[in-house]
Design a protein around this ligand. Structure first.
Ligand code: SF4
Length: 245
């Protein structure tokens, strides 16, 4: 998304939220105008939460940017990035810990705890050697330093509406507490819907307020609130089982 399109989108979402994530699918730090986009967020007093695979961390000093509130590093995907040097990334993460400001947070994610990769296990062992893990009130989340957390979760199957439908009942936060806006302006319920399988409308042709009044949006949200998965994409999504009642 270009910075000018992003500025337009930001004006639309600003009345509804104080935080945005700069991703749907993919690595946000790969965007060639990443810094310009962070500057636009800062100028609009919008706080940013970033999820990164860590490849480009060294090229930025993200906690020095006033718009960045939280950085999550997906350490479970370390084995998918052969270019990442484990020791180098570990040292970079330590620098990030030192540069944290009072209102910033660092989350180290191990989101394939049931099938950990070799590199992820090595990284975790280094953390366990250096820090004490203090249990928090959040499920499988541990504090290792002020504002620094290690979060574990089991892996999930990425949804695909062309696959066999597995679930009919369930709920999640998609569309209720979060929305995703794709590069072409399509508004969808969550960042797992990268192909726009559940389109509520297009932000470049309708206002967000109008989109949030459409039958498509209202019916989708009502179903989730009633513990029903109405969209074929959701019926293949194991991520929503994290919210099972
Ligand atoms: S069930 Fe899965 S695909 Fe559907 S809104 Fe929730 S996270 Fe997205």
């Amino acid at each position: 998304m270009s910075p000018s399109s992003f500025s337009y989108v930001l004006q639309e979402v600003k009345p509804l939220t104080d935080y945005i994530y700069l991703h749907v699918l993919g690595e946000p730090l790969l965007h060639p105008q990443c810094e310009e986009i962070l500057n636009i967020c800062d100028a609009n007093h919008m706080k940013v939460q970033l999820v990164t695979n860590g490849t480009f961390l060294k090229q930025y000093r993200l906690f020095k940017h006033p718009s960045v509130r939280k950085l999550s590093i997906s350490l479970h995907s370390l084995d998918e990035n052969p270019s990442i040097d484990l020791e180098d990334l570990y040292q970079t993460v330590l620098i990030y810990m030192d540069e944290l400001q009072q209102d910033q947070y660092l989350e180290l994610r191990f989101w394939r705890a049931n099938t950990p990769s070799a590199k992820a296990e090595q990284f975790l062992a280094k953390l366990q050697n250096q820090f004490a893990f203090t249990d928090t009130k959040r499920n499988k989340s541990y504090q290792i330093k002020e504002h620094v957390y290690v979060a574990f979760a089991d892996g999930f199957t990425w949804p695909d509406q062309n696959k066999d439908k597995v679930y009919t009942k369930g709920t999640c936060l998609g569309g209720i507490e979060q929305l995703a806006i794709l590069v072409d302006g399509t508004v969808v319920p969550c960042c797992l819907d990268a192909d726009g399988a559940i389109p509520f409308g297009n932000l470049f042709t309708s206002s967000l307020a109008t989109i949030l009044e459409t039958k498509e949006y209202l019916d989708f949200v009502l179903a989730l609130k009633e513990n029903r998965l109405s969209a074929p994409l959701c019926q293949t999504c194991s991520y929503q089982t994290r919210f099972s009642k």
